[in-house]
Design a protein around this ligand. Structure first.
Ligand code: CP
Length: 304
């Protein structure tokens, strides 16, 4: 593929190939000297029109570790603030001949919009509430490293499903890799199209957690909330916040995940976030290796 827009573009073998390539780069990341010449002579623009810590820094680090030149552009310091359109901004960037553009944008479909119009690779780093494929790949890779296989495991995604591109991408990836996916959240934060998804839906957190092997907490996406759907955070935390009580109902070796940023004490208890069961920082480390794998696979696609 030229572009990575959504997990739906990949099949099981391709996801497995990303996991195996990321395993190779994870080993390189554990060395004292981590820089390799793999993408020397290549360049990528990191175009982030929405805030980001993890995705932006890990793509930047991934590129630099592969000797790929990385150039960062944020909305606030770009000519988007002077009225330039997304398309003109992207055509301007393409005229400088990068091998790829990593795009984060608030509009669902923005990455696909650019992919149709540009010759270079577009990697979707999160478009509105639609998709966050590199997050799902790094989450899947984290669990693959933990378990060796996702086949037959039960993963609960807990929280604001309706506004979450992470939930949507993870449902597709986790089920493709053989996991059983459960979703749980307040009724107003479960999307109406859920009946078409291959998931079990719960409104009771304790029922949802029973026997699960991993629980992925999501934050309330307050910036995407529609008026009237916004739950009170204290009430949300009381009914849907993950704590030790739920851990006791889950599988004894249950893992806790969060794509970040976390709101401690709202969707996840602070103690749990720092506990031995937490994979939150493993996810961040896996993110660098996964994005190294993706930059390598997408930027060198013609040469493979
Ligand atoms: N998980 C995630 O996308 O985090 P950032 O918004 O910090 O990139």
């Amino acid at each position: 593929h030229k572009d990575l827009l959504d997990i739906t573009q990949l099949n099981k073998e391709e996801v497995q190939h990303v996991f195996e390539t990321a395993t190779y780069f994870q080993e390189i990341n554990s060395r004292p000297v981590k820089k390799v010449p793999t993408l020397k002579g290549h360049s990528v623009v990191l175009f982030f029109a929405e805030p980001s810590t993890r995705t932006k820094v890990s793509f930047d680090m991934a590129g630099k570790r592969l000797s790929c030149d990385t150039f960062s552009l944020a909305k606030s310091s770009s000519s988007l603030t002077k009225g330039e359109t997304l398309k003109d901004t992207a055509l301007t960037l393409q005229a400088m001949n990068p091998d790829g553009i990593v795009l984060r944008h608030w509009a669902s479909g923005s990455a696909a919009f650019l992919a149709e119009r540009l010759d270079c690779s577009i990697i979707n780093a999160g478009d509105g509430r639609h998709a966050h494929p590199t997050q799902a790949l790094l989450d899947g890779f984290t669990l693959y490293q933990e378990w060796g296989s996702l086949e037959g495991k039960t993963v609960l995604i807990l929280g604001d499903i309706a506004h979450s591109r992470v939930a949507r991408s993870n449902v597709i990836l986790l089920t493709m890799m053989g996991a059983k996916v459960r979703l749980c959240g307040p009724r107003t934060l479960l999307p109406p199209y859920l009946k078409n998804w291959p998931v079990k839906v719960y409104s009771d957190i304790n029922e949802a957690c029973k026997g699960t092997h991993a629980i992925m907490c999501l934050r309330l996406q307050l910036e995407r909330q529609q008026a009237g759907l916004l739950p009170d955070t204290r009430e949300y935390s009381r009914y849907f916040g993950l704590g030790y009580r739920q851990m006791e109902l889950a599988s004894p070796d249950v893992k806790v995940m969060h794509p970040g940023p976390m709101n401690r004490g709202v969707e996840i208890s602070s103690e749990l976030a720092d506990s031995a069961a937490s994979l939150v920082l493993d996810q961040v480390a896996s993110g660098v290796a996964t994005r190294m794998a993706l930059l390598y696979l997408y930027l060198t696609r013609q040469k493979q």
